[in-house]
Design a protein around this ligand. Structure first.
Ligand SMILES: Cc1cc2nc3c(=O)[nH]c(=O)nc-3n(C[C@H](O)[C@H](O)[C@H](O)COP(=O)(O)OP(=O)(O)OC[C@H]3O[C@@H](n4cnc5c(N)ncnc54)[C@H](O)[C@@H]3O)c2cc1C
Length: 443
């Protein structure tokens, strides 16, 4: 797809973290660096099972249409393998969404999502990356700090599992893909850089997921059903998703301390309390296959690396290390794939990994984050308990977004789905025809 420039500062790249963001970043780098080393502190799982470094791997992981398109560009021709192995593709517009107090119209959009378990997806991405001849993946290797030459990061210090001896690995570029608990801000502070500007939105979300098998007569007709309560009155959301092997994932979420419990009777009671009975109806008649997993998400956090006047060269973050979203919106993996595309495009456009390359990457990564961040925090801010600075435009954007979702005009809903599935820029919702139809001025 891209020519290999073999520039002198593109000999070796290191990616820290072999989860979704690290895997897609490795793919992007492999097209431009002679060799890429991917490091993860976990041991490589022998099968598609959850692992310690990715505790969210027990929960529902859907790839939005924008992410499916980005993965297809990063791994051309490989997505059908996922579907053949059990991923459930579905037309995003045909999902059953209950939001803003009503069922959304179901329309054919040809915006395809993929539903599967998270370890299954990661296993496929890992195999595709391992097949790249210039990428080496090393597991059981924990990175402890970047190493510098002046203000340039020139590699990492690391420790292999079971060995007390620290080692160093040199690189022309280091990518931090270590997720929401990244130590990059602390590393930078320790090395004398100013604090990383951060936007943090307090959501106090509790999330619980159970794996179920439904009896044959209850097999869902569509993989995805999502129920969002009416904020601020209702703080609960519920979802059921069909994944590989006919397994149904039931997920419950509650904001601001209204957390779902991990015991089955309590979990089902939570499902029963949702504003629509559809998730409860299926889960209550299904068999629970493994213990219910719970996860707490106190905040959605966005780090503004691009605003820093001083930043070392030779290191860039990607994925949750830049922005960790409210997971109820299923955006994180899609944004990681969009950022990997941005990285690949920047490597293609810039001859050297200098300041203009870095600024361009942060600008493009920021653009990939902007819409999903506005969509999810826009919903979060409907609760008065949500902490963090509400944008001045919030009342207006809230009104317009709810109006878009509920106007009942199929053409407008189609455009709305294109934007919230991260497949099109939000400006399409401001075209005069769309505004007029949304406000009921023109049919
Ligand atoms: C409950 C929940 C549900 C979610 N559902 C969805 C969904 O439906 N759709 C979606 O798109 N997203 C979803 N997400 C978000 C998604 O999980 C992340 O956005 C995605 O995994 C990308 O994260 P990442 O690769 O940046 O980091 P992570 O997935 O957190 O991975 C970080 C990796 O870095 C490794 N690591 C950490 N420190 C070191 C170190 N010092 N040295 C070496 N290795 C290290 C870890 O072992 C791990 O492999 C959900 C998140 C949660 C919490």
């Amino acid at each position: 797809m891209y020519s290999k420039p073999h520039l002198p500062d593109r000999r070796h790249a290191i990616v820290i973290g072999a989860s979704v963001a690290g895997l897609v970043a490795s793919r992007a780098l492999s097209a431009h660096f002679r060799s890429v080393t991917l490091l993860d502190r976990d041991e490589e799982p022998a099968q598609a099972v959850p692992r310690a470094g990715v505790p969210q791997g027990r929960h529902i992981h859907v790839v939005l249409p924008g992410g499916v398109r980005a993965l297809d560009r990063l791994f051309p021709g490989r997505l059908p393998e996922l579907v053949r192995a059990g991923s459930q593709p579905f037309d995003y517009g045909q999902s059953q969404f209950h939001m803003c107090g009503q069922w959304m119209p179901r329309i054919a959009t040809e915006l395809y999502s993929l539903a599967q378990t998270r370890p299954f997806l990661e296993e496929h991405l890992r195999r595709w990356v391992r097949e790249l001849p210039n990428v080496q993946a090393i597991f059981g290797a924990s990175v402890t700090a970047p190493i510098y030459d002046g203000s340039r990061v020139t590699g990492v210090a690391l420790q292999y599992a079971g060995s007390g001896r620290p080692e160093e690995l040199r690189a022309d570029l280091v990518i931090d893909a270590t997720g929401r608990n990244t130590r990059l801000p602390r590393w930078l502070a320790g090395d004398g850089y100013p604090p990383v500007p951060e936007t943090s939105i307090g959501i106090d979300l509790g999330y619980a997921t159970g794996r179920f098998r439904a009896p044959g007569n209850l097999r869902p007709t569509h993989p995805m059903l999502y129920i969002v309560g009416h904020p601020p009155r209702e703080t609960r959301v519920g979802v059921r998703v069909l994944v590989e092997d006919g397994v149904i994932f039931g997920g419950m979420g509650g904001y601001h301390g209204d957390h779902p419990p991990a015991d089955l009777p309590g979990f089902l009671e939570f499902a029963r309390s949702l504003c629509q009975p559809d998730v409860f109806d299926v889960l209550s008649r299904s068999e629970l296959l493994s213990p219910i997993a719970v996860y707490r998400i106190p905040t959605a956090t966005r780090r503004h690396y691009g605003r820093m006047a001083q930043f070392p060269s030779g290191i860039l973050p990607i994925g949750d290390a830049i922005c960790s979203f409210d997971p109820a919106f299923g955006q994180g993996m899609t944004v990681a794939a969009l950022e990997a595309e941005a990285l690949m495009d920047c490597l293609q456009c810039h001859g050297r990994a200098d300041e203009s390359f870095r600024r361009d990457y942060f600008r493009r990564a920021d653009a990939a984050i902007e819409v999903p961040w506005a969509v999810s925090t826009g919903e979060n801010f409907k609760y008065p308990q949500t902490t963090g600075r509400r944008p001045l435009s919030f009342p207006l954007t809230r009104l317009y977004k709810d109006r878009l979702a509920t106007c009942g005009d199929a053409a407008v809903i189609h455009d709305f789905y294109r934007v919230v599935s991260l497949s099109a820029p939000p400006r399409i919702l401001l075209r005069p025809r769309v505004v007029a139809r949304t406000l009921g001025l023109w049919r």
